[in-house]
Design a binder for this molecule. Structure first.
Ligand SMILES: Cc1ncc(COP(=O)(O)O)c(C=O)c1O
Length: 368
């Protein structure tokens, strides 16, 4: 029987192995494991790739959110969706802000201007918008709304490296964008890593200080900060892998197109509606099916591994129980979380395997 993995990093690493090894050896030879040359080199290359003025490497995407939010200063309620990885929301109360959940749109599965304006009040100081699954949310209209109301916006771009809306990179609309380079992301390190990007000089300086012990110089600490630097080894790996990120995103789009063409004809499968003029990067290929346990077990028996992103919406997580939410509060988010299945998608996935997954899904729904 065929075995189709959910993700296989070996294939992409293999493509760039020589450069990765060369870069790592340079770091070892230089002994500059902290703040070595590759950190600046990667930051420079990543800011060019992302089309922004500043990129600051940090330890992971969670810290990126924490530091970005701290740099934005104004404190109060922050809007965020319950369909995301926990870090998009869990850093909000960590620095004295309050979480205010908003539902996502039932068709795009992303936040929309309606979702934002519905829950908007004078207590709201900011929004963390997530380009979920590597699709783009309606960031143009939402960022205009936020600017008009003098509210900050962080684009959580942990899943959307390279995604575009009207030809413009996601992560360039809000005040600041945050990235995760968790190994399985479209651009992933060999461990935890992340970045903050912004066009604002002052925010960039402040974020850099916050991520490095609040330092001005080696022994002068101007403000209270954290230790959340990007390790040189990770920067060296990321800098090598960045040279192929565009190719990898194109690979993902090719696979997504095969899934789209087949699965859009199966009545029992619901796909997210891609917003007009957006160019997703398909970090995840999500579908909704009823009775997902059966479906997942069937695919597993046919050799196909799948994932779920995310089984429990954040408003129903124990960590947020203090907000007093109950099932039914955010129906679109709940429907997505309770029915979502993530199909295999990764650069250099064999086309035959994609067709195999499609065929198995077709057979499943013929039987049920
Ligand atoms: C949307 C989103 N935000 C934030 C994060 C946190 O990133 P990290 O795991 O690097 O801390 C992730 C990573 O899974 C994510 O997917």
């Amino acid at each position: 029987m065929k075995e189709v993995k959910f993700n296989d990093l070996t294939l992409q690493i293999h493509k760039i192995n020589d450069l990765i090894n060369e870069n790592i050896q340079i770091v070892i030879n230089s002994n500059a494991f902290i703040k070595g040359n590759f950190v600046k080199q990667f930051e420079d290359n990543f800011k060019k790739y992302s089309n922004v003025k500043h990129a600051i490497g940090v330890s992971n995407g969670t810290d990126a959110l924490l530091i970005a939010m701290e740099s934005l200063k104004s404190k109060g309620e922050v809007l965020v969706q319950p369909t995301t990885y926990v870090a998009s929301a869990s850093m909000i109360p960590r620095i004295g802000n309050e979480v205010k959940f908003i539902d996502v749109d039932k068709d795009s599965w992303q936040i929309s201007l309606d979702n934002v304006s519905d829950k908007f009040s004078k207590e709201v100081v900011g929004i963390i918008g997530v380009h979920l699954y590597g699709f783009a949310f309606d960031v143009e209209n939402i960022s205009n709304f936020m600017k008009k109301n003098n509210i900050w916006m962080i684009e959580d771009s942990a899943q959307s490296h390279g995604a575009k809306i009207n030809g413009r990179n996601t992560g360039t609309f809000g005040d600041i964008a945050t990235y995760s380079f968790f190994p399985g992301k479209n651009l992933g390190a060999f461990g935890d890593a992340g970045a903050i990007t912004t066009d604002d000089d002052d925010l960039a300086t402040l974020c850099r200080k916050l991520a490095d012990g609040g330092r001005l110089s080696k022994y002068e600490h101007e403000i209270l900060g954290w230790n959340s630097r990007l390790d040189t080894i990770h920067a060296a790996v990321l800098d090598a892998k960045l040279t192929l990120l565009e190719e990898w995103n194109i690979e993902r789009r090719k696979i997504a197109k095969i899934y789209d063409d087949t699965l859009s004809n199966i009545e029992q499968v619901t796909l997210p509606v891609k917003l007009k003029n957006t160019d997703p990067v398909y970090h995840i290929y999500p579908i909704l099916v009823e009775n997902r346990e059966n479906f997942i077990n069937y695919l597993r028996d046919e050799g196909v591994s799948t994932g779920i992103h995310y089984p429990i919406p954040l408003h129903l997580q124990k960590a947020f129980s203090y907000l007093g939410h109950k099932e039914g509060d955010f129906p679109n988010s709940e429907k997505i979380c309770f029915n979502e299945v993530s199909l295999p998608i990764f650069p250099y996935m064999e086309e035959d395997d994609v067709y195999y997954v499609c065929e198995k899904i077709k057979q499943y729904f013929k039987k049920t």
